[in-house]
Every structure is written in C-alpha cells, then in structure tokens.
Design a protein around this ligand. Sequence first.
Ligand SMILES: [Zn+2]
Length: 154
Amino acid sequence: MLCDFVVRSLFMLKIRQKDYEAIRRHGEETYPHECCGVLLGQMDSEIREVTSTARCGNTRTDSPQNRYHIDPRELIRIQREGRERGEDIVGFYHSHPDHPAQWSQTDLGEAHWFGCSYVITSVAAGKAATTNSFELTGSEEKDKAFVDEQVAVE
Ligand SMILES: [Zn+2]
C-alpha cells in the first residue's frame, strides 16, 4: 500500500509582524530599485528567529534594478551593534522589483552565509507582493544551495 507524505521544509524563519512589514515597506520605498538589509536575532540549527532588521544602502549603482550589494563595512557595523544587543546576523533580505520572489543564479552566487536565511520580496508596480525565504545550505561554494523554508509571521 502506498502512502502519501507531505514533505515539509525542516527550516523555518520566525519573524514578528512589525519586522515583516518593515522589510516589505523597504522594498516599496526603493522601487523600482532593489532594497537590501540584514536580519538579526537568534538561530539554532533549524529555526532562525528575527528580532530586529537593519536597512542597508544598495551600493550597486551600475544595475540597482536587479542587483544588490551590501557594503562590507556597513555589514561589520551592523554585526557589531547587533552583538551589543545580544543579536547575531541570521539572514539577509532584498526585493525583486517586478520579478517573482524566487532566487536567481546571481543571488546564489553572491550568497556566502551558510545556515542563514535569504528573504526575497517581489514588488509589483510599487506594491510588496510575495515574500519567500530560502536557507543557504551546504558548507562551501561548490555544494551550496538554496532550500525553501517556511516563514512564520507572529
Ligand atoms: Zn535577487
């Protein structure tokens, strides 16, 4: 006898309503350019919990509609300030103006924080639409991959 199994992602990103709204609003404000920022909070092996977000300036001036880049110095500052509050970097977010909330090969190529969440919000005609999250799995460049994860807004 065959059984049907519903395969659910083991990975989950927990985020508060106010932080969820903040990252979606950020994408609306920078439209038609991509926004980007950092998710801070706590993580264990399967659940990342966001307790604050930090906006970053998109340093990609050559192609801000479909690229984002966070200045490493800005990232170090955000990490240091987070640690002072007892928070670690648990993920990153950016927007896809007029594109689906799915990761691109460029997103994967530029993702280097294993075990972190990468949240993408599609912004259609200036309004935030879908928000999806992906965990960067693997341990080195050649085996890295994005895996869908649930987003639990509380
Ligand atoms: Zn992207």
